[in-house]
Design a protein around this ligand. Sequence first.
Ligand code: AMP
Length: 278
Amino acid sequence: MTRVVRTRSELRQVLADAPRPVGLVPTMGWLHEGHRALMSRARAQDAFTVVTIFVNPRQFNEAADYTRYPRNEARDLAIAEAEGVDLVFAPAVEEIYPPGFDTTVSVGAVARPLEGAARPGHFDGVATVVAILFGLVRAEHAYFGQKDAQQVMVIRQMARDLAIGTEVIACPTVREPDGLAFSSRNAHLTAEQRAASPVLRRALLAARDAFAGGERSGDALRAVMRATLAEEPAADVAYVSVADGDTLAELDRVDGPALASLAVRFGATRLIDNEPLG
Ligand code: AMP
């Protein structure tokens, strides 16, 4: 049976008696195959699995995006139960940010480009809520998806710098059969946009193929992605990037581990994806 708690004090009580090691899977709900893979990884590696469901207002840089973010707690709890999750923490906003809350965790250079530049304040919100969740749960391991590659880097930096004793584990991106990465935001796509959406994956695979064929110019690899995305008129490109795998600085030439990534809007729905190169 999956237990559900909503307050910090209930959470503390349950965790006091939990077998170790504890694995934490932070989510914003509307659970899908990507989340399930994180839960199943935690279940395999840890004696007690905690899933948090919290749509974190501080990481939304657009109020409308927060309001329309999909939510369905009953369905989420059924999925957590099916995955053998031991505990779900589903707090109200005031439980995470009580009156008087006045701290922001702000990660430096790795949080600035890409999603950080496109969504001001986003990573401050992410780092702040994950620091709170790490402090509350004190898990040995926490599982995050490679789909949000920059987020993993930001959280690793935060956990290292703040000496938080939770190991951050990145898990592979889970995709639909046509290549679209699972995302809660996919629920907003119209049938036409959904049909067009695999172009993100195609663009990344085109860059990967060009790289495998010997192309090392950052500009050329970014151009390959843009050319593929241009095949879909519904795809409104926010950015394409070929960046250093450690710093996320844009590369002129790829001569070490690199990350190809992109953000694309279909109407009001913004999707991201990435693929390592090298
Ligand atoms: P979210 O609920 O979107 O905040 O995501 C919660 C966690 O699930 C994050 O660590 C995400 O990176 C991860 N995640 C989301 N989508 C996927 C996916 N398609 N494959 C793997 N992990 C994912």
